[in-house]
Ligand binder design. Structure first.
Ligand SMILES: NC(=O)c1ccc[n+]([C@@H]2O[C@H](COP(=O)([O-])OP(=O)(O)OC[C@H]3O[C@@H](n4cnc5c(N)ncnc54)[C@H](OP(=O)(O)O)[C@@H]3O)[C@@H](O)[C@H]2O)c1
Length: 302
């Protein structure tokens, strides 16, 4: 299919922080965007689905070319109690199994399923570089990502892509929305030793990369991260410099653990140094290749 061909995309999680931006990006590129929603549809491009009950309006996939499946309960929205962890896992596995089953039943062997996952797949990989061939690691997030990716198995006969998304940097949400109030108040500082790696990507490049994956029909695992992951110490210094604020107040590991429990160990004190090897091998170029570019763009967009 020619990269510029207008296609019909079907999105889950279209109301989310990434989904809204992706829908706007794809529409601006001339594609048709349908949304699968868990409430009553509000217009002709909305279709009902509900991973909790298995309900699915099959009209959503009629004539569709690409599904981008983003839906899932927020990973960092609340402390990881046993019940919360179950919700995070089930909302991904149930939704993914449903979309994969329905994609397979749609009768279009070219229907491309692009299903979200995260760089948490690699576990706490320390400073080791993780391209898409790196093994999965240990911990709750790695377990979730493996189950999430495995849940597309019903669609194995179709082109399937697992996008392993990094920490997304953009306006009005995500990582920056959590960091800005702290850094703007001059209370920013490195987390723990500051050695944990963060594989970030700008939301703008994430949307472009998903369009690229669809246009070039890239299948298998694809790291959706920028080309220059940073340590937490680097991120801290960059944010302080951009905001003209001091960053002399490190957050000690024990305090983060006390405040956030297990989440602190997996989301803040550990990380991955993932590289977008497959995107780069297929010729994708980033508009925001450095964290400074991404953060500056996000701050200007606000
Ligand atoms: N933002 C990041 O930095 C980042 C990094 C790595 C991976 N990801 C992954 O990318 C996906 C989208 O991220 P986001 O930041 O846009 O998240 P978000 O703003 O929380 O949006 C997620 C969407 O998923 C749907 N959803 C929520 N709970 C659900 C449930 N229990 N069952 C089914 N659907 C549910 C909702 O859409 P409806 O109400 O319309 O159904 C919601 O708008 C998520 O799976 C996330 O884990 C994000």
């Amino acid at each position: 299919m020619h990269p510029m061909t207008a296609r019909t995309f079907v999105l889950t999680g279209a109301s989310g922080w990434l989904g809204q931006a992706l829908a706007a990006h794809l529409s601006a590129e001339g594609h048709t965007v349908r949304r699968l929603v868990r409430r009553a549809p509000a217009d002709a491009q909305e279709f009902r689905w509900d991973p909790a009950t298995g309900a699915f309006d099959r009209a959503a996939l009629s004539g569709a070319d690409v599904i981008v499946h983003l839906a899932g309960e927020g990973i960092a929205d609340a402390r990881w109690t046993a019940a919360r962890k179950q919700l995070i896992l089930r909302s991904r596995v149930d939704g993914t199994e449903l979309i994969a089953r329905e994609a397979a039943a749609a009768g279009n062997p070219n229907l491309h399923l692009i299903s979200a996952s995260a760089v948490g797949f690699y576990g706490n990989a320390g400073a080791q570089v993780c391209d898409e061939t790196a093994p999965s690691g240990s911990g709750f997030l790695a377990e979730v990502c493996r189950a999430w990716e495995g849940a597309t198995s019903a669609a194995a006969a179709l082109p399937v892509t697992h996008i392993r998304i990094g920490v997304v940097v953009g306006p009005g949400g995500g990582f920056l929305a959590r960091m800005l109030p702290i850094f703007s108040a001059g209370l920013g500082g490195r987390l723990g030793t500051g050695e944990a790696w963060t594989s970030w990507i700008s939301r703008h490049d994430l949307c472009r990369a998903i369009g690229w994956i669809a246009a070039h029909r890239i299948t298998g695992p694809v790291n959706l991260t920028g080309p220059a992951p940073c340590t937490n110490a680097d991120l801290t210094a960059e944010l302080g410099a951009l905001l003209h604020r001091p960053t002399r107040l490190p957050a000690p590991s024990f305090a983060l653990r006390l405040a956030m429990g297990e989440m602190a160990d997996e989301l803040l004190l550990a990380g991955q140094r993932a590289l977008p090897a497959r995107l780069q091998a297929t010729g994708f170029s980033f508009d925001h290749p450095t964290f400074r570019d991404a953060a500056r763009w996000a701050l200007e967009e606000k």
